[in-house]
Design a protein around this ligand. Structure first.
Ligand code: UDP
Length: 239
């Protein structure tokens, strides 16, 4: 279709779980290496790549209540978890010979640079993979929101949302054998049909700013690059 995004610059939303692989929590080294190789290979295509990384493999704010930790503080712990992933990813990408910069929304200058739009654009222009960690820096959000915010402020062509399934389905494909995958959807259709593409706050922002979202599976080798090459499978949510 004529309105398909051109991949000059993209934001890849990578959940912490994507880095967990078969491990029960935390980082799974072969999975980290596989995804870093994919990102480095994707950057080889000349597309500027910013990654917004989650932290669910270490901690999620909503789990705080179980541990007697109030939500705002638990979210601080969650944001720190995203920086752990960001630092690991930065090193893994650089090990593949591609420069990367982890930028944190929560300033921690002895560990990494603080996020600023200017710094991010500078590193992108140099061909570095930018990793946006620390979420928004605010509690009561998940990393879906900074994925859309970064896409908007960096004028990215799309958010590529890496998930465990290869798109958005009419029903849960794990439970309903008749579930059908959408090739394309509009933001309005996704809302009308009550399809959960990402968190509602983040999705509203994407809709308002007409930001395309590509939902695809991170399971296979080279899946991020494949999306950029037009070979991958996924659901395109277009304005
Ligand atoms: N978080 C936050 N503000 C943000 C982004 C994230 O407080 O802007 C916290 C929140 O507690 C969240 C955790 O960081 O649960 C980890 O992020 P997320 O749950 O999005 O990780 P993912 O599910 O992508 O692994």
């Amino acid at each position: 279709a004529a309105n398909l995004p051109k991949w000059r610059r993209v934001v890849v939303k990578l959940s912490g779980e994507a880095l967990m692989g078969d491990a029960p929590h935390g980082l799974h080294a072969p999975t980290l290496e596989r995804i870093a190789a994919d990102l480095a290979a994707a950057a080889e295509l000349g597309t500027q790549i910013a990654v917004v990384v989650g932290g669910g493999n270490f901690f999620r704010g909503i789990l705080g209540a179980d541990k007697g930790i109030e939500r705002a503080r638990a979210d601080s712990i969650g944001m720190l978890a995203t920086v752990m992933n960001g630092l690991a990813l930065e090193q893994a990408i650089e090990a593949r010979g591609r420069q990367a910069r982890c930028l944190s929304a929560v300033p921690m200058p002895s560990l990494c640079e603080s996020f600023s739009r200017r710094a991010a654009l500078h590193h992108l222009a140099k061909g570095r993979v930018v990793i946006s960690a620390g979420g928004t820096g605010l509690p009561f959000f998940t990393t879906d929101t900074p994925a859309v915010v970064r896409a908007a402020e960096l004028s990215a062509d799309a958010v590529l949302k890496a998930t465990q399934v290869d798109g958005v389905y009419t029903a849960d494909p794990k439970r309903d054998p008749n579930a059908r995958r959408y090739d394309t959807l509009t933001h309005d259709e996704a809302i009308a049909k009550n399809l959960a593409v990402m968190d509602t706050a983040a999705f509203a922002l994407a809709r308002e700013n007409k930001i395309p979202i590509v939902v695809f599976s991170i399971a296979g080798d080279g899946s991020i690059r494949a999306i950029l090459e037009g070979k991958g499978r996924g659901t395109f949510v277009l304005p």
